[in-house]
Write a protein that binds this ligand. Structure first.
Ligand code: HEM
Ligand code: HEM
Length: 204
């Protein structure tokens, strides 16, 4: 039985499968909440709104950490069939950009969780205790004090660049990479460049 690209759970060369797309957009939404909480925390920790939204920072952070591990494993399982990164220097830049996103998606919550474990006060998420209070270990606490915030902001900057590149692909280079992650199908045939205006137009 043949399964078309849109319905496939697995990634295909012309589009991401359902599992990758659900993980990508679910995590993008959770990252949006996570960055909003970090911005409020940076601006004014005493605001009632900051206290309300900051209360989810730990639980969503742990959720993102679990999801990125699942996503990385799924990505490796699909490595041979997922869309290519293109050729030449731009293809390499895209590959490096995606790898850097993964590195930071793992490092940022990972280093904070190590701090929470080594901090001696225990750690709860969604009201469930994940680590019991224990002895405090400075070597587990220091890296996050130094790097969790800066690496979190670097991740936000990289995400902004990632989003800009999606629209550069579409509007400058007429490549429908967004379709790979929305419809599960890159559909460049839908975009043509009329000779008169040089601007791309969508065809139905
Ligand atoms: C991918 C997930 C995460 C992102 C993107 C993220 C991002 C950030 C950012 C940008 C800041 C700096 C805010 C400021 O400058 O005031 C911050 C602070 C903080 N985050 Fe996270 N975070 C994540 C996960 C976690 C987790 C899992 C924990 C707890 C285990 C945590 C605990 C904290 C704490 C305690 C602070 C304040 C102290 C500090 O800046 O290191 N975060 N986070
Ligand atoms: C409005 C927000 C976003 C848009 C429009 C968007 C769009 C896309 C598109 C079109 C692709 C496919 C690119 C290709 O195949 O060359 C993609 C892949 C990817 N995106 Fe995003 N993205 C967004 C947010 C995010 C966020 C918040 C993250 C992570 C923090 C992220 C991480 C990734 C990664 C790692 C890939 C590579 C495929 C994978 O392993 O899942 N994206 N994104």
């Amino acid at each position: 039985m043949s399964v078309n690209t849109t319905q496939s759970l697995w990634d295909r060369p012309h589009g991401y499968g359902l599992v990758s797309r659900v993980l990508h957009w679910l995590m993008a939404a959770l990252f949006a909440v996570q960055f909003v909480s970090a911005i409020f925390h940076l601006v004014d920790r005493q605001l009632p709104l900051t206290k309300a939204i900051w209360s989810v920072h730990y639980s969503i952070g742990l959720t993102l950490f679990i999801l990125v591990i699942i996503r990385a494993v799924w990505g490796v399982m699909n490595l041979r069939t997922r869309p290519l990164h293109g050729h030449g220097l731009l293809g390499l830049a895209s590959l490096v950009g995606h790898l850097a996103l993964y590195a930071l998606m793992i490092f940022v919550p990972g280093v904070a969780l190590v701090r929470a474990y080594g901090g001696g006060r225990g750690f709860s998420a969604f009201g469930v205790q994940i680590f019991q209070p224990g002895a405090s270990d400075e070597a587990m606490v220091a890296p996050a004090h130094l790097l969790h915030g800066p690496a979190g902001w670097a991740l936000l900057a990289l995400v902004a660049g990632h989003i800009v590149m999606v629209f550069v692909h579409k509007h400058l280079w007429q490549e429908d990479v967004l379709g790979r992650m929305t419809r599960g199908r890159q559909d460049d045939a839908r975009i043509r460049r009329p000779a008169a205006t040089g601007r791309p137009v969508e065809q139905n």
